[in-house]
Design a protein around this ligand. Structure first.
Ligand code: SF4
Length: 114
């Protein structure tokens, strides 16, 4: 998705942003936000969007952005909304497991010290 300034014309200098190097610059935005979450047309759009992402030099930055600001819709960083939701779910589970292990470790250390 090409970055456009809301505040200044695009011919004015502005700081470099990862979106400037996006492979999808100039591509139809609708491709990345297919109507509906299922069906053949949406699946074809998603596949086509992911083809852009596969050759995008800023794929990691794009995915990081989408996960950080919780982009709920569309293809970002090569993943569709369901794949990103799954990634977030797994990260939450892993964080919860880590916290539980740390609590158990602290409890065990406190027990050994007593
Ligand atoms: S990873 Fe995909 S959606 Fe993100 S900037 Fe690149 S081509 Fe666009």
């Amino acid at each position: 998705m090409a970055r456009r300034s809301r505040y200044a014309p695009n011919n004015l200098p502005r700081p470099h942003h990862w979106m400037d190097a996006a492979a999808c610059n100039g591509a139809p935005v609708a491709l990345f936000f297919p109507v509906g979450s299922g069906g053949v047309p949406a699946a074809v759009d998603v596949r086509e969007a992911k083809r852009f992402c596969a050759r995008c030099p800023v794929q990691a930055e794009c995915l990081r952005h989408a996960l950080t600001v919780r982009e709920d819709y569309g293809v970002w960083g090569g993943l569709d909304e369901n794949e990103r939701a799954e990634l977030i779910r797994k990260a939450r589970l892993e964080a919860e497991r880590r916290r539980r292990r740390e609590r158990q470790k602290k409890k065990a250390n406190a027990g050994a010290a007593a």
